[in-house]
Design a protein around this ligand. Sequence first.
Ligand code: TEU
Ligand code: CA
Length: 558
Amino acid sequence: MEKWWENAVVYQVYPASYQDSNNDGIGDLPGITERLDYIKKLGADIVWLSPIYKSPQVDNGYDIADYQAINPDFGTMADFDALLAKAHDLGLKIMMDIVVNHTSDQHQWFKEALKGKDNPYRDYYIWKDGKNGSAPNNWGSFFTGPAWEKDDQSDQYYLHLFAKEQPDLNWENPKLRHSVYDMMNWWADKGVDGFRMDVINYISKPEGLPDAKKNPDDLYANPEPMVANGHRIHEFLQEMNQNVMSKHDVVTVGEAPSVTTDEAKKYANLNNQELNMVFQFEHMCLDGNDNPALGRWADKKASLKDLRANLSKWQEALAGKAWNSLYWNNHDQPRVVSRFGDDSTEEYRVLSAKMLATMLHMQQGTPYVFEGEEIGMTNAYFDKLDDYVDLDSINSYHQIVDQQKLVDGKTMMKYIAKHSRDNARTPMQWDSSKNAGFSDHQTWEKMNPRYHDINVKQALDDKNSVFYYYQKLIKLRHELPVITNGTYALVDGNDQDEQVYAYTRKNADTTLLVILNYTKENVQRHYDVPANAKVLISNYSDDQGDNIRPYEAKVYQF
Ligand code: TEU
Ligand code: CA
């Protein structure tokens, strides 16, 4: 049976960057509430709020100090209740971002844990004795440096896969697990409609926390293969499902770096015993550096062959068994039009943004749109390190350039301009007035200088804008069942095409043929299109048959 979220579209809001209502330079809950009508106009069904909880903001709210309090910069619990009420009035659902692989070091649980080995909260975190006077194992943090921090008072180390201010929670401890379920039930009882779960596939750590494999060029070993999809992960998620999800009508999506299709079939199985869907990362890794020590820090564009092979693999593997999430963007990724598209001219920006939207929104799964994507916002391309705020970009610069000397500063700045998480986090561009109508105050993160031309007001005034194209794609998903339930297939012989991606979606009564030019070249391709076919949506105003223009996207229906 079809679930309500299977033909829904999610819109992600990054609270600090959406709308500042009190002019302190930081977006807030009343600001989001003001803009819900805009999200409704786009046609989205669910609003995913990145973390809004009390937090010292070492990692922009992904370091939570109190799961049941609102960060004062974002407002109060009354502001949240007003947001939820207005969303529900408009028929929008609210999805909370739950970060339970770790907390902030300012969380009460951690403050208690620091008091000593026999404190009842000690075991909420992962503690270990050192090995020969240094860290318990060779793991590195994802934000550079070691994954262990020493507590001098007890002479033990605690694990932090991310910043040292983000200690990992100990999921082996049933008390911790039930504290998490209680907290989730508290939000669900309040009326929220779903949960996005941060790095949820990292919560089960290997027994004994052994060393990981280390590349000679690296300062520390990458713990990801050891912590992703750990041995108890499915047991924990099934327990969470029984304690939380089975009791409420909520939608869940788990962030799951390095998840495989086989694992995804367990997490997001249609039997609904764990999560409803996961965010996989394979298509986000197709443009990484050839030197593995540099990871995602690179300056290249994914080939169509790789991208198509990957998207097709996920479409085919999960069909009829599990449910896909579909996304190009989130608060950790560069802007899609700058990454897989072309922001070099205004014409190409608009065409390629629409082409990429078509590629994704015609696939099977639940699409996610990240704030600003719907108006074709581009990377910010800041060129000074001082303009970046994200700890990951800054730490990576110092590690790669100063410590490891893998590339020079100029090259690294080029990579950061391409891949920094700040590209997603510059404030929303509402109009061409000061700070894009986001705030009158100096903004917490610099504005993208392109806001003068790329903004919501401009998009709403132009009937050919990226905005109206997204609006149409979302409407089509709501109206045409084949987009939700049709089977996916590549057009015969398309798998080697370097320029055009062509696939079909088919159910008992409808076929869609999706044709996408990934390049700025004019190309000739012949596809058999029945005489009764009509163009359902396209980013050009006319159809030239076999002549496929730069970044052209067209969908035939028959
Ligand atoms: O991100 C985790 C993540 O996406 C990964 O990139 C992770 O760094 C990777 O697996 C390392 O290989 C989530 C949030 O989306 C992000 O904003 C947070 O900073 C992070 O978790 C920590 O909470
Ligand atoms: Ca504010």
